[in-house]
Design a protein around this ligand. Structure first.
Ligand code: FNR
Length: 206
């Protein structure tokens, strides 16, 4: 079984991105499953809190869930043509302490998708994640893009995906990403639990 974990970057009850994540969990290819994780409860990053109390419990729990998964799906909204602060804050906490980055993100297959009610479907937000994922040395799958535009038309009042074209795109996207995750596992080039395996000196975050 290929195990993915997905995170929506919106806390909103009626979030289109959370709805897209749920639709993804229901559209997984055979032999693969997607657990819906959550960034809820993660406080604002505060270095003083980290120094005094360590990693908050919701962060530690989510770190372990990501480590246990074969791949990570980030379902990102777009705010002001970039990454929403609430989502970036969660990933920032998940990157602490720096020694754990290689376990949580290093070599881990990651895919991006997103939904917005605009005409560009989070493309700038998805692009905004690229330097972050590169810095964390995640293994970004760039085989396809899923940009849900005018999301209010794609989902019904209950947050169910009602656009068949997007459902087809979603299924193809997930097939592609799961294939990537499996290839990485088979060839051993994904490094979810060990060292980053890079031959050059690390230049990652401090
Ligand atoms: C937005 N929204 C938005 N949409 C977009 O396509 N491009 C953008 O730059 C922005 N900027 C933006 C800023 C802020 C502060 C908010 C609150 C919203 C609209 C956004 O796509 C819409 O609110 C989505 O519904 C947010 O995602 P969830 O919460 O539905 O998952």
């Amino acid at each position: 079984m290929t195990k993915l974990i997905g995170l929506s970057g919106s806390l909103r009850q009626g979030s289109f991105n959370a709805a897209l994540l749920r639709a993804a969990a229901a559209a997984m290819p055979p032999g693969a499953e997607l657990t819906v994780g959550s960034i809820r409860g993660i406080p604002l990053y505060d270095g003083d809190v980290e120094a005094a109390e360590g990693i908050p419990e919701p962060v530690a729990t989510l770190k372990q869930a990501i480590i246990a998964a074969d791949g990570l799906l980030l379902v990102t909204p777009e705010y002001n043509n970039s990454i929403p602060g609430v989502f970036k804050n969660a990933i920032d906490w998940l990157s602490r302490p720096p020694a754990d980055i290689k376990h949580v993100f290093g070599g881990r297959p990651v895919a991006l998708m997103g939904a917005s009610n605009g005409r560009f479907g989070t493309i700038l937000s998805q692009n905004g994640w690229l330097p972050v994922l590169r810095t964390l040395r995640a293994d970004l799958w760039s085989g396809s893009r899923l940009l849900v535009t005018q999301a209010e038309k794609a989902f019904d009042e209950q947050g169910r995906l009602v656009d068949d074209k997007i459902r087809e795109q979603l299924e193809r996207f997930l097939e592609g990403f799961v294939g990537f995750v499996r290839r990485q596992r088979e060839t051993g080039t994904s490094e979810p639990t060990g060292s980053t395996g890079r031959s050059t000196a690390p230049t990652g975050p401090r």
